[in-house]
Design a binder for this molecule. Sequence first.
Ligand code: PGA
Length: 255
Amino acid sequence: MRTPIIAANWKMHKTTAEAADFIGQLGSELKHDTVEVVICPPFPLLCRVNDVCREKGLRLGAQNMYWETAGAFTGEVSPMLLKDIGVQYVICGHSERRQLFGETDQQVARKVKAAFAAEIIPIICVGETLQQRQAEQTAAVVGEQITIALDGLDPSQVRRLVIAYEPVWAIGSGLAATGTDAGMVAQQIRKLIGEMYSLRTARDVRIQYGGSVKPNNILEFMSEPEIDGALVGGASLDATVFAGIVNAVSGARRE
Ligand code: PGA
């Protein structure tokens, strides 16, 4: 049985005071005993958020990192430092990193390996653009992203990682995929991992959907058997709205 995982990707939002308010409010509104909740703030807020996350049983995630352990890489952050300050998850290859900062599949693969070396679990983002979807290339694009990102990992690592299927056109647009469409891609992802490794390995991988997830559409995604959670951007900035998403998932599991 895969534990659902809902992650908040704050992107480049919030000050220290806003972050503390958010966590305080979230802690009082959450009933998340059956859901793993990960908060991914900007780098300078990680330590502050970690202090409160620990008390509330939330996990800490980073939005990015570099793959080298240390060195002359001005402006970058190492996996070792993230581990040192308590980070448990790291988002790798978000489409904004790929599109705005030129991150390639090969760089994503290096980050994934570096994350495991530092004992941090990668949340690997994959997804097609609108143009690729219209050209019916979704399976091919996502397949290639996964094949490269997972290259060289051993089954025990693959079993622990998280894949976030995020169609690029659905991110921040208010235009979510349908549950059926997202479920179908999640199924293709699991099948591919099954072929690359084994059915047993693929069965343990958690697959999130991301792209305009809200409290009123989360259950449409969670009712898909191959979808195990969500990576939430805009709707993760408000504690009440984000708690609404998490509580909907844990409520549905208790029924
Ligand atoms: P969104 O972002 O929920 O605002 O669409 C999702 C993401 O970028 O991970």
